[in-house]
Design a protein around this ligand. Structure first.
Ligand code: EPU
Length: 347
Protein backbone atom coordinates (compact mmCIF):
# COMPACT_ATOMS: atom_id res chain seq x y z
CA UNK A 1 0.00 0.00 0.00
CA UNK A 2 1.57 3.33 -0.96
CA UNK A 3 1.15 5.75 1.87
CA UNK A 4 2.52 9.30 1.82
CA UNK A 5 1.68 9.82 5.50
CA UNK A 6 4.37 7.37 6.52
CA UNK A 7 7.02 9.97 5.68
CA UNK A 8 5.76 12.01 8.61
CA UNK A 9 5.44 9.13 11.06
CA UNK A 10 7.48 9.89 14.15
CA UNK A 11 7.48 6.29 15.17
CA UNK A 12 8.05 2.94 13.53
CA UNK A 13 6.77 -0.52 14.43
CA UNK A 14 8.68 -3.80 14.55
CA UNK A 15 6.45 -6.88 14.78
CA UNK A 16 7.41 -9.66 17.20
CA UNK A 17 6.07 -13.15 17.90
CA UNK A 18 3.82 -12.81 20.97
CA UNK A 19 2.05 -15.19 23.36
CA UNK A 20 -1.56 -13.95 23.57
CA UNK A 21 -2.71 -16.23 26.41
CA UNK A 22 -2.58 -13.43 28.99
CA UNK A 23 -4.01 -10.93 26.48
CA UNK A 24 -7.43 -12.58 26.09
CA UNK A 25 -9.75 -12.83 29.11
CA UNK A 26 -10.92 -16.34 28.17
CA UNK A 27 -7.28 -17.31 28.76
CA UNK A 28 -7.12 -19.41 25.58
CA UNK A 29 -3.59 -20.48 24.66
CA UNK A 30 -2.81 -18.45 21.55
CA UNK A 31 0.19 -17.03 19.75
CA UNK A 32 0.52 -14.22 17.21
CA UNK A 33 2.93 -14.55 14.29
CA UNK A 34 3.44 -10.79 14.17
CA UNK A 35 2.45 -8.50 17.04
CA UNK A 36 2.82 -4.78 17.67
CA UNK A 37 1.74 -2.50 20.50
CA UNK A 38 0.43 0.93 19.55
CA UNK A 39 1.57 3.32 22.29
CA UNK A 40 0.92 6.55 20.41
CA UNK A 41 -1.27 7.67 17.49
CA UNK A 42 1.94 8.73 15.68
CA UNK A 43 2.48 5.01 15.00
CA UNK A 44 -0.75 4.68 13.02
CA UNK A 45 0.70 5.51 9.58
CA UNK A 46 3.32 2.80 10.13
CA UNK A 47 0.52 0.41 11.10
CA UNK A 48 -1.19 1.07 7.76
CA UNK A 49 2.01 0.19 5.92
CA UNK A 50 2.51 -3.04 7.89
CA UNK A 51 -1.16 -4.02 7.51
CA UNK A 52 -0.90 -3.48 3.77
CA UNK A 53 1.84 -6.12 3.67
CA UNK A 54 0.09 -8.58 6.03
CA UNK A 55 -2.55 -11.19 5.16
CA UNK A 56 -4.89 -9.77 7.84
CA UNK A 57 -5.03 -7.38 10.80
CA UNK A 58 -6.57 -8.12 14.20
CA UNK A 59 -6.98 -5.05 16.40
CA UNK A 60 -6.79 -6.06 20.06
CA UNK A 61 -8.17 -4.08 23.00
CA UNK A 62 -8.59 -5.80 26.36
CA UNK A 63 -9.20 -9.15 24.62
CA UNK A 64 -12.43 -9.55 26.60
CA UNK A 65 -14.75 -10.25 23.70
CA UNK A 66 -12.66 -12.59 21.59
CA UNK A 67 -12.29 -16.30 20.93
CA UNK A 68 -8.72 -16.73 19.67
CA UNK A 69 -7.32 -19.72 17.77
CA UNK A 70 -4.03 -21.30 18.85
CA UNK A 71 -2.16 -19.41 16.14
CA UNK A 72 -3.29 -16.03 14.87
CA UNK A 73 -1.89 -15.46 11.37
CA UNK A 74 -1.31 -12.01 9.91
CA UNK A 75 -0.68 -8.95 12.07
CA UNK A 76 -2.06 -8.33 15.58
CA UNK A 77 -2.01 -4.76 16.92
CA UNK A 78 -2.77 -4.01 20.56
CA UNK A 79 -4.12 -0.51 21.19
CA UNK A 80 -2.50 1.09 24.26
CA UNK A 81 -3.17 4.82 23.81
CA UNK A 82 -3.80 6.45 27.20
CA UNK A 83 -5.48 9.63 28.47
CA UNK A 84 -8.75 10.92 29.94
CA UNK A 85 -9.80 14.58 29.81
CA UNK A 86 -12.77 16.87 30.25
CA UNK A 87 -13.31 18.64 26.93
CA UNK A 88 -16.22 20.88 27.94
CA UNK A 89 -18.32 21.58 31.02
CA UNK A 90 -21.58 22.57 29.32
CA UNK A 91 -24.56 23.69 31.43
CA UNK A 92 -26.50 20.60 30.32
CA UNK A 93 -23.71 18.02 30.07
CA UNK A 94 -20.08 17.06 30.60
CA UNK A 95 -18.20 16.23 27.42
CA UNK A 96 -15.44 13.77 28.36
CA UNK A 97 -12.86 12.11 26.11
CA UNK A 98 -10.88 8.92 26.72
CA UNK A 99 -8.17 7.28 24.64
CA UNK A 100 -8.95 3.89 23.08
CA UNK A 101 -6.40 1.97 25.14
CA UNK A 102 -7.71 3.11 28.55
CA UNK A 103 -9.27 0.35 30.66
CA UNK A 104 -13.05 0.79 30.52
CA UNK A 105 -13.55 0.26 34.24
CA UNK A 106 -10.62 2.55 35.06
CA UNK A 107 -12.23 5.26 32.95
CA UNK A 108 -15.66 4.80 34.60
CA UNK A 109 -14.00 4.96 38.06
CA UNK A 110 -12.14 8.16 37.09
CA UNK A 111 -15.40 9.76 35.88
CA UNK A 112 -17.23 8.91 39.12
CA UNK A 113 -14.27 10.27 41.15
CA UNK A 114 -14.42 13.55 39.19
CA UNK A 115 -18.21 13.89 39.46
CA UNK A 116 -18.71 13.30 35.72
CA UNK A 117 -21.60 11.00 36.42
CA UNK A 118 -23.62 8.86 34.03
CA UNK A 119 -21.46 5.83 33.25
CA UNK A 120 -21.69 4.15 36.69
CA UNK A 121 -24.17 1.46 35.53
CA UNK A 122 -21.40 0.26 33.18
CA UNK A 123 -18.85 -0.26 35.97
CA UNK A 124 -16.62 -3.35 35.99
CA UNK A 125 -17.20 -4.30 32.35
CA UNK A 126 -13.89 -5.78 31.20
CA UNK A 127 -12.11 -4.42 28.14
CA UNK A 128 -10.94 -1.07 26.82
CA UNK A 129 -12.59 2.24 25.96
CA UNK A 130 -11.85 1.65 22.25
CA UNK A 131 -13.61 -1.72 22.27
CA UNK A 132 -16.71 -0.37 24.04
CA UNK A 133 -18.39 1.13 20.93
CA UNK A 134 -17.59 -1.96 18.83
CA UNK A 135 -20.14 -4.06 20.64
CA UNK A 136 -22.11 -1.13 22.10
CA UNK A 137 -21.60 -2.41 25.64
CA UNK A 138 -24.51 -2.23 28.03
CA UNK A 139 -25.52 -3.30 31.51
CA UNK A 140 -28.03 -2.56 34.27
CA UNK A 141 -30.27 -0.35 32.17
CA UNK A 142 -27.68 1.76 30.32
CA UNK A 143 -26.29 1.15 26.83
CA UNK A 144 -23.14 2.88 25.63
CA UNK A 145 -25.00 4.53 22.72
CA UNK A 146 -27.07 6.55 25.25
CA UNK A 147 -23.93 8.29 26.55
CA UNK A 148 -21.93 8.33 23.30
CA UNK A 149 -21.02 11.61 21.61
CA UNK A 150 -18.52 10.75 18.86
CA UNK A 151 -15.23 9.01 18.22
CA UNK A 152 -12.01 9.37 16.28
CA UNK A 153 -10.96 6.29 14.34
CA UNK A 154 -7.96 5.54 12.15
CA UNK A 155 -8.94 4.10 8.79
CA UNK A 156 -6.15 1.56 8.37
CA UNK A 157 -6.79 0.97 4.67
CA UNK A 158 -6.91 4.63 3.64
CA UNK A 159 -4.36 5.76 6.27
CA UNK A 160 -6.40 8.67 7.58
CA UNK A 161 -8.38 9.82 10.62
CA UNK A 162 -12.17 9.75 10.48
CA UNK A 163 -14.59 11.39 12.95
CA UNK A 164 -17.72 9.34 13.56
CA UNK A 165 -21.06 10.27 15.09
CA UNK A 166 -23.50 7.80 16.64
CA UNK A 167 -25.31 7.58 13.29
CA UNK A 168 -22.02 6.64 11.55
CA UNK A 169 -21.47 3.88 14.15
CA UNK A 170 -24.95 2.36 13.46
CA UNK A 171 -25.39 1.15 17.03
CA UNK A 172 -27.90 -1.53 17.93
CA UNK A 173 -28.07 -4.15 20.69
CA UNK A 174 -24.44 -5.35 21.19
CA UNK A 175 -23.69 -4.36 17.63
CA UNK A 176 -22.21 -1.55 15.54
CA UNK A 177 -20.84 -0.83 12.07
CA UNK A 178 -17.42 -2.00 13.35
CA UNK A 179 -18.67 -5.60 13.60
CA UNK A 180 -19.57 -5.60 9.90
CA UNK A 181 -17.62 -4.90 6.77
CA UNK A 182 -13.89 -5.28 6.47
CA UNK A 183 -12.22 -6.83 9.57
CA UNK A 184 -9.18 -4.85 10.77
CA UNK A 185 -10.23 -1.69 8.93
CA UNK A 186 -10.53 0.57 11.99
CA UNK A 187 -8.49 1.48 15.06
CA UNK A 188 -10.61 3.43 17.57
CA UNK A 189 -8.22 6.11 18.79
CA UNK A 190 -10.45 8.07 21.21
CA UNK A 191 -14.09 8.17 22.25
CA UNK A 192 -16.13 11.14 23.52
CA UNK A 193 -19.04 10.81 25.93
CA UNK A 194 -21.84 13.29 26.64
CA UNK A 195 -22.96 12.92 30.26
CA UNK A 196 -26.20 14.82 30.96
CA UNK A 197 -26.42 17.30 33.86
CA UNK A 198 -28.17 17.28 36.24
CA UNK A 199 -27.44 13.59 36.76
CA UNK A 200 -30.37 11.23 37.21
CA UNK A 201 -29.82 7.68 38.44
CA UNK A 202 -30.98 4.78 36.26
CA UNK A 203 -32.35 2.28 38.76
CA UNK A 204 -35.09 0.38 36.90
CA UNK A 205 -33.07 -2.86 36.45
CA UNK A 206 -34.50 -5.49 38.86
CA UNK A 207 -31.07 -6.36 40.36
CA UNK A 208 -30.53 -2.68 41.25
CA UNK A 209 -33.99 -2.27 42.76
CA UNK A 210 -33.29 -5.23 45.02
CA UNK A 211 -29.86 -3.98 46.13
CA UNK A 212 -29.72 -2.82 49.77
CA UNK A 213 -27.39 0.09 49.02
CA UNK A 214 -29.96 1.66 46.68
CA UNK A 215 -33.16 0.73 48.53
CA UNK A 216 -32.63 3.56 51.06
CA UNK A 217 -33.43 6.20 48.39
CA UNK A 218 -31.58 9.27 46.97
CA UNK A 219 -28.46 7.39 45.91
CA UNK A 220 -25.48 9.24 44.42
CA UNK A 221 -23.53 7.98 41.41
CA UNK A 222 -20.95 6.41 43.74
CA UNK A 223 -23.73 4.33 45.38
CA UNK A 224 -24.89 3.07 41.97
CA UNK A 225 -21.27 2.34 40.98
CA UNK A 226 -20.70 0.34 44.19
CA UNK A 227 -23.98 -1.56 43.80
CA UNK A 228 -23.21 -2.50 40.19
CA UNK A 229 -19.71 -3.70 41.19
CA UNK A 230 -21.26 -5.72 44.01
CA UNK A 231 -23.85 -7.39 41.75
CA UNK A 232 -21.33 -8.18 39.04
CA UNK A 233 -18.89 -9.67 41.56
CA UNK A 234 -21.63 -11.97 42.88
CA UNK A 235 -22.89 -13.21 39.51
CA UNK A 236 -20.04 -12.96 37.05
CA UNK A 237 -16.65 -14.70 37.22
CA UNK A 238 -13.59 -12.44 37.57
CA UNK A 239 -11.57 -12.99 34.36
CA UNK A 240 -8.36 -12.58 36.40
CA UNK A 241 -9.34 -15.78 38.26
CA UNK A 242 -11.53 -17.73 35.80
CA UNK A 243 -11.20 -17.21 32.06
CA UNK A 244 -14.39 -15.88 30.46
CA UNK A 245 -15.63 -13.38 27.87
CA UNK A 246 -18.73 -12.08 29.71
CA UNK A 247 -22.03 -13.09 28.14
CA UNK A 248 -21.17 -15.62 25.44
CA UNK A 249 -24.53 -15.25 23.65
CA UNK A 250 -26.73 -12.29 22.83
CA UNK A 251 -30.23 -12.26 24.21
CA UNK A 252 -32.26 -13.27 21.11
CA UNK A 253 -34.85 -10.83 19.77
CA UNK A 254 -37.90 -12.67 18.43
CA UNK A 255 -41.27 -11.81 16.82
CA UNK A 256 -44.20 -11.27 19.24
CA UNK A 257 -46.02 -14.35 17.87
CA UNK A 258 -43.11 -16.65 18.76
CA UNK A 259 -42.73 -15.10 22.21
CA UNK A 260 -46.50 -15.53 22.87
CA UNK A 261 -46.35 -19.15 21.76
CA UNK A 262 -43.31 -19.84 23.99
CA UNK A 263 -44.85 -18.00 26.98
CA UNK A 264 -47.92 -20.23 26.64
CA UNK A 265 -45.87 -23.41 26.58
CA UNK A 266 -43.14 -22.42 29.07
CA UNK A 267 -44.49 -20.55 32.09
CA UNK A 268 -41.85 -18.31 33.64
CA UNK A 269 -40.34 -17.38 30.25
CA UNK A 270 -38.46 -14.08 30.73
CA UNK A 271 -38.98 -11.56 27.93
CA UNK A 272 -38.70 -7.81 27.48
CA UNK A 273 -40.83 -5.83 25.00
CA UNK A 274 -38.75 -3.94 22.41
CA UNK A 275 -39.68 -0.57 20.88
CA UNK A 276 -40.30 -2.25 17.49
CA UNK A 277 -42.92 -4.67 18.89
CA UNK A 278 -40.58 -7.67 19.08
CA UNK A 279 -39.38 -9.29 22.33
CA UNK A 280 -35.92 -9.91 23.77
CA UNK A 281 -35.67 -13.27 25.55
CA UNK A 282 -33.33 -13.88 28.50
CA UNK A 283 -30.88 -16.33 26.95
CA UNK A 284 -29.43 -17.14 30.40
CA UNK A 285 -32.88 -18.36 31.48
CA UNK A 286 -33.29 -20.50 28.32
CA UNK A 287 -29.88 -22.16 28.86
CA UNK A 288 -30.55 -22.59 32.59
CA UNK A 289 -33.94 -24.25 31.87
CA UNK A 290 -32.23 -26.65 29.43
CA UNK A 291 -30.14 -27.86 32.37
CA UNK A 292 -26.82 -26.55 31.09
CA UNK A 293 -25.99 -24.18 33.96
CA UNK A 294 -22.79 -25.37 35.65
CA UNK A 295 -22.26 -28.21 33.15
CA UNK A 296 -18.88 -28.79 31.50
CA UNK A 297 -17.58 -30.34 28.31
CA UNK A 298 -13.90 -30.99 28.97
CA UNK A 299 -12.13 -27.80 29.99
CA UNK A 300 -15.02 -25.52 28.95
CA UNK A 301 -18.03 -25.00 31.23
CA UNK A 302 -21.24 -23.02 31.59
CA UNK A 303 -20.81 -20.70 34.60
CA UNK A 304 -22.71 -21.95 37.65
CA UNK A 305 -24.18 -18.54 38.62
CA UNK A 306 -24.96 -17.05 35.17
CA UNK A 307 -25.70 -19.51 32.39
CA UNK A 308 -24.99 -16.92 29.69
CA UNK A 309 -21.28 -16.99 30.55
CA UNK A 310 -18.94 -19.73 29.33
CA UNK A 311 -15.76 -20.26 31.34
CA UNK A 312 -12.35 -21.79 30.76
CA UNK A 313 -11.74 -24.25 33.61
CA UNK A 314 -8.05 -24.30 32.68
CA UNK A 315 -6.29 -25.17 29.45
CA UNK A 316 -9.33 -24.85 27.18
CA UNK A 317 -8.80 -24.11 23.49
CA UNK A 318 -11.06 -22.23 21.10
CA UNK A 319 -12.26 -25.63 19.83
CA UNK A 320 -13.34 -26.63 23.38
CA UNK A 321 -15.24 -23.38 23.89
CA UNK A 322 -16.93 -23.62 20.49
CA UNK A 323 -17.88 -27.29 21.05
CA UNK A 324 -19.62 -26.29 24.28
CA UNK A 325 -21.21 -23.26 22.60
CA UNK A 326 -22.64 -25.50 19.84
CA UNK A 327 -24.02 -27.99 22.38
CA UNK A 328 -25.76 -25.15 24.25
CA UNK A 329 -27.09 -23.67 21.00
CA UNK A 330 -28.42 -27.09 19.97
CA UNK A 331 -30.17 -27.65 23.31
CA UNK A 332 -31.87 -24.23 23.16
CA UNK A 333 -32.83 -24.68 19.49
CA UNK A 334 -34.30 -28.14 20.13
CA UNK A 335 -36.40 -27.02 23.09
CA UNK A 336 -37.41 -23.47 22.13
CA UNK A 337 -36.80 -23.23 18.39
CA UNK A 338 -34.60 -20.17 19.03
CA UNK A 339 -31.08 -19.70 17.69
CA UNK A 340 -28.53 -18.17 20.06
CA UNK A 341 -25.93 -15.99 18.42
CA UNK A 342 -22.45 -15.74 20.00
CA UNK A 343 -21.57 -12.29 21.32
CA UNK A 344 -17.76 -12.43 21.15
CA UNK A 345 -15.87 -12.16 17.90
CA UNK A 346 -14.68 -15.64 16.92
CA UNK A 347 -11.34 -15.21 15.12
N1 EPU B 1 -31.36 -15.93 34.37
C1 EPU B 1 -31.63 -17.21 34.77
N2 EPU B 1 -30.57 -18.10 34.84
C2 EPU B 1 -29.30 -17.74 34.52
C3 EPU B 1 -29.04 -16.43 34.09
C4 EPU B 1 -30.11 -15.54 34.02
O1 EPU B 1 -32.76 -17.57 35.07
O2 EPU B 1 -28.42 -18.60 34.61
C5 EPU B 1 -32.47 -14.96 34.36
C6 EPU B 1 -32.25 -13.91 35.47
O3 EPU B 1 -32.81 -14.34 36.67
C7 EPU B 1 -32.95 -12.69 34.91
C8 EPU B 1 -32.76 -12.83 33.40
O4 EPU B 1 -32.44 -14.20 33.16
O5 EPU B 1 -34.32 -12.70 35.20
C9 EPU B 1 -31.66 -11.91 32.87
O6 EPU B 1 -30.44 -12.18 33.56
P1 EPU B 1 -29.40 -11.01 33.94
O7 EPU B 1 -30.10 -9.92 34.66
O8 EPU B 1 -28.24 -11.64 34.63
O9 EPU B 1 -28.97 -10.38 32.55
P2 EPU B 1 -28.64 -11.04 31.13
O10 EPU B 1 -29.72 -10.66 30.19
O11 EPU B 1 -28.34 -12.48 31.28
C10 EPU B 1 -27.41 -8.93 30.24
C11 EPU B 1 -26.13 -8.61 29.55
C12 EPU B 1 -24.98 -8.54 30.54
C13 EPU B 1 -25.29 -7.50 31.58
C14 EPU B 1 -26.60 -7.87 32.26
C15 EPU B 1 -27.04 -6.79 33.22
C16 EPU B 1 -26.31 -9.49 27.28
C17 EPU B 1 -25.89 -10.54 26.31
N3 EPU B 1 -25.84 -9.60 28.52
O12 EPU B 1 -27.30 -10.26 30.75
O13 EPU B 1 -23.84 -8.10 29.81
O14 EPU B 1 -24.26 -7.43 32.55
O15 EPU B 1 -27.65 -7.99 31.27
O16 EPU B 1 -27.51 -5.68 32.52
O17 EPU B 1 -27.06 -8.58 26.91
C18 EPU B 1 -22.04 -8.95 28.52
O18 EPU B 1 -22.63 -8.50 27.56
O19 EPU B 1 -20.94 -9.53 28.43
C19 EPU B 1 -22.68 -8.84 29.82
C20 EPU B 1 -22.20 -9.43 30.92
Amino acid sequence: MSNPLVDFASDSLSPVIQDLTALNTLGLASEADAFVTLDAPAQLPALSVLAGQASSLLVLGGGSNLVLPERVPGLVARVAFKGVRLLEARPGAWLVEAAGGESWHGFVSACVAQGWDGLENLALIPGTVGAAPVQNIGAYGVELEERFHSLTAWDVRQARYVEMTAADCRFSYRDSAFKHGEPGRWVIVSVRFLLPRPWRPVLAYPDLQRHARLAAGSPCARDVFDAVCDIRRTKLPDPAVTGNAGSFFKNPIVPAALRDDLAGRFPGLISYAQPDGRYKLAAGWLIDQCGWKGRALGAAAVHDRQALVLVNRGGATAADIMRLARAVQQAVADRYGVRLEPEPVVV
